[in-house]
Design a protein around this ligand. Structure first.
Ligand code: SAM
Length: 292
């Protein structure tokens, strides 16, 4: 049997976990996100989502399986949508974009320049399966080692930078260096990503929730306190911690998980343990430290 996608490393293959989560969400009677393009993409590539135990187990209600993946994507979409509505000349960077079609999902205005950044193999696949409008700029690089790509990105416009699912794959040094380069590049902007607590990283490695993924690919230690990135010396100021445990979509979960999220959502530290958080930071140019 021939596969419709190339051999990918564990970090690259993780894109199918988030893609499958959005695809399965779109098949629910009342989807949280409703991204039918992700379903079409994964079907076109004939990828079998059951390799991810977290998505395939019969022990969990389908809503529980996709809730976090779908709702965190939805919150990140909202952050980008609001930013480009306020700043129509903005630049958007989606770091570790995988096969996500966020640009189309949010109905991006044509004046916005959008950069989907991922490994060259992944970007090549994106170009095969997702439409590429004129203001889309796919960038195929290893974010740990390739620094020149930013030279091609306008540095005189505000930027909104999102990273959905990328953080575990960057060492702390690589992550801080990358963020420093980004916050120095743009005059100002916002950065938003889903956070990973040390417990979440431990779970990825030891509970093998992502099934076939090589757990060694998760190298970031994670952090618990959403203010911690303010101490990385890259000019970030926390604007908002969005706890998915408190999301309005919790109302559509089955009774037991709804109750668990509602109870956990009352106490911030506990809400971070029960479900992911989306963190939004603001930065002005010039505050960043680290090397270029
Ligand atoms: C969990 S997936 C998320 C993909 C996408 N954001 C989504 O929500 O579907 C993580 C992505 O980060 C990318 N990635 C990990 N390390 C990277 C690196 N060093 N440089 C570029 N991309 C990287 C992987 O290739 C993968 O596409």
């Amino acid at each position: 049997m021939t596969t419709k996608y190339p051999n990918l490393t564990a970090a690259q293959e993780s894109l199918f976990l988030t893609l499958a989560g959005r695809a399965l969400d779109s098949r629910l009677p009342r989807p949280f996100l409703g991204d039918v393009t992700s379903d079409r993409t994964i079907s076109e590539l004939e990828y079998d989502p059951s390799v991810f135990r977290i998505l395939s187990t019969d022990l969990r209600d389908p809503r529980n399986k996709v809730f976090e993946l779908a709702v965190r994507a939805k919150r990140l979409d909202e952050i980008v949508r609001r930013f480009v509505a306020r700043q129509p000349e903005a630049v958007v960077l989606d770091l570790g974009a995988g096969l996500d079609n966020r640009m189309h999902r949010i109905g991006t205005p044509s004046d916005v320049d959008w950069y989907d950044v991922d490994f060259p193999e992944v970007v090549a696949l994106r170009q095969q399966v997702l439409p590429q409008p004129a203001n889309a700029h796919p960038v195929g690089v290893d974010l740990r080692t390739d620094h020149r790509w930013l030279d091609e990105v306008p540095s005189d416009r505000p930027a909104v930078i999102v990273a959905d699912g990328l953080v575990p794959f960057l060492s702390q040094t690589d992550l801080v260096m990358l963020l420093g380069r980004l916050t120095r590049h743009f005059p100002c902007g916002e950065l938003a990503f889903n956070g990973y607590t040390p417990l979440a990283v431990w779970a990825i490695k030891h509970l093998r929730i992502a099934g076939s993924l090589d757990v060694e690919a998760a190298v970031n230690p994670g952090f618990f306190n959403p203010y911690e990135p303010e101490r990385w010396g890259v000019g970030l100021r926390l604007v908002e911690e969005i706890a998915i445990a408190r999301a309005p979509e919790v109302a559509d979960l089955p009774p037991v998980t709804r109750l668990v999220h509602r109870v956990a959502g009352r106490i911030s530290p506990v809400s971070r343990l029960v479900a992911t958080v989306v963190l939004r930071y603001r930065f002005p140019r010039g505050n960043g430290g680290g090397e270029r």
